[in-house]
Design a protein around this ligand. Sequence first.
Ligand code: SF4
Length: 210
Amino acid sequence: MSQKKLPKDVVNIQKPLIKAPRILLHICCAPCSTYSIDLLRSEGWKVTGYFYNPNIYPFEEFEIRLDAAKQYSEKVRISLEIGGHDNDQWEVAIKEYAHLGEGSRRCRECISFRLENCARLAADLKFDAFATTLTISPHKNSKTIFEIGGEMGERYGVRFEPYNFKKKDGLKKSIFICREHGIQRQDYCGCRYSLKEKEKVRKERPPKNS
Ligand code: SF4
């Protein structure tokens, strides 16, 4: 039986009319990605994750966080790009400010290092935009992150989307999703300096029932 060919215009109608814009989401860890992915999807983005965190120390911790990000990405069916653990280069980038605490210039350089790499990849892979899960943390200044993201976006010719994921109880929602999926939340930011700082706080904390 010969099959009739559809006229060209009918064939075109069957194509999706609107293609979802593609966003490359820099993922610092699985817990922070949970609510961030949901929000972006609810706003019509096709999300691809990018795990790029050469700051994480020790390497075993890097592997644990990467593994959790992989598992969660598979669960929610997003593609995940994975960057290398360029820890030596990262150390050079933050060296001058290493002695400063969390929230200082050290973190600004650390975030710049990671977002520059993300912007470059987003431009190379022709994404419509990029964003970062880092803004969900109450310890991170979203305004600073937006400045860095905007600067990197301009440098590489790709739009930075200034999502402040901590808004509208984003952090609480992410904690809830983590409980639902049995995702472990870490108790220090990631670098060896933040680990030391956390250990110091732990030591100085008076023991319970004292
Ligand atoms: S505390 Fe966090 S943001 Fe700051 S330098 Fe360390 S890993 Fe980077």
